[in-house]
Design a protein around this ligand. Structure first.
Ligand code: PBG
Length: 341
């Protein structure tokens, strides 16, 4: 055997895996708190924060508790948050999404006045949390989402969010032409410096279940979003969506969910030099929490493995409910690079 090895040298990749220091030296992917965006929920009309049962560790915040949470995240080194609103009243067009007194606008004003530019304030831009039918747009006479009428609402919501202090608006409704409509409205209102993070390739996924609990959304008649979100059988179609959003002025493009769509992240990375974001969604988080609670997987190892895989696939920015956990871990130990200890 020794003779064979001498004559036919084999690769010895294990040489560089021998010690933790060697592994750290040659790690190709380094996850940092700077990569992460914390999704936060703010609910109108509650006196104290409420836990979200299907998203352990995540709350529906009051404006006050939201500010406290952001203060703590900033102290931990987190650079960005994305806000979702839960209004007290819903209606057919989702007025709370563009009302200057809507809950997200109120929260944005408060956060911007306290934190100025020290943290990136992103606002999810959609109406599903605000409509009484739970769809991401306004309905036509047949009950289908009317694309172009919805664009008018998104344009108003973008301006309301920018007026309230958002640095980035993030349209998530998958309407055709939404980026162009929003860019046009922002520019016309003097908000040329407000950026657009486009949820470009957003799939009609089964993994948004806990999120819908978080924002109290039920789609009317047990419906779904397959008429506007993407079919999970399609990958090339995602590139058409991404190209369209870039042509319309997107500053960053997103793939969502993340783990089941790593191939899409790779493909998107290959066609653009813009920052690519990926959303590790509520169901992806909840699966880790539930399996770990049963003792079936190790929480920290799997969370790090998944977030690192998303970055390895090509995402520069990761929206994840693990942001606070990661930031605490990075502050409390020497493993900020994201390697399993
Ligand atoms: C739509 C929106 C959704 C999510 C983010 N923005 C839900 C949906 O499309 O049904 C899901 C996020 C998650 O599951 O974590 N406003």
């Amino acid at each position: 055997m020794a003779d064979v090895v001498a004559h036919f040298p084999i690769a010895r990749p294990r040489r560089l895996r021998r010690t933790s220091a060697l592994r750290e030296l040659v790690a190709e992917t380094r996850l940092s708190v700077n990569d992460l965006v914390a999704p936060l929920f703010v609910r109108e009309g509650i006196a104290a924060p409420l836990p979200i049962v299907s998203l352990p560790g995540v709350m529906q915040h009051t404006v006050e508790s939201l500010c406290t949470e952001v203060r703590e995240l900033v102290a931990l080194g987190v650079k960005a948050v994305i806000l979702f609103g839960v209004p007290a009243q819903k209606d057919a067009v989702g007025s709370g999404a563009f009302d200057p007194q809507g809950i997200v606008q109120v929260a944005l004003r408060q956060l911007r006045s306290e934190f100025a530019d020290r943290v990136v304030l992103m606002a999810d831009l959609c109406v599903d949390e605000y409509t009484n039918h739970g769809h991401c747009g306004v309905l036509d006479a047949r009950g289908d989402v009317d694309n172009d009428l919805t664009l008018e609402i998104y344009a108003k919501a973008a301006v309301a969010q920018a007026n309230a202090g958002a640095h980035v608006v993030a349209p998530s409704g998958m309407m055709d032409g939404q980026v162009a409509a929003i860019r046009g409205a922002l520019d016309a209102a003097g908000h040329t410096d407000v950026a657009i993070l486009a949820y470009s390739a957003k799939y009609a996924s089964g993994l948004y279940g806990p999120f819908r609990d978080a924002v109290d959304v039920q789609i009317v008649g047990g419906g779904d979003r397959k008429g506007y979100q993407q079919d999970w059988r399609n990958a090339r179609e995602a590139l058409t969506e991404v190209e369209a959003d870039i042509a319309q002025g997107a500053d960053m493009v997103m793939v969502k969910p993340a783990l089941s769509y790593l191939d899409v992240i790779v493909a998107v990375r290959a066609i653009t030099n813009l920052p690519v974001a990926a959303y590790h969604v509520s169901g992806e988080y909840a699966m880790i929490k539930a399996a770990a609670a049963n003792g079936w997987i190790d929480h920290d190892t799997v969370a790090l493995e998944q977030l690192t895989a998303i970055k390895r696939a090509g995402a520069d920015v990761i929206l994840t409910y693990f942001t606070r956990w990661f930031a605490e871990r990075a502050n409390g130990s020497a493993t900020a690079t994201g390697s399993p200890s």
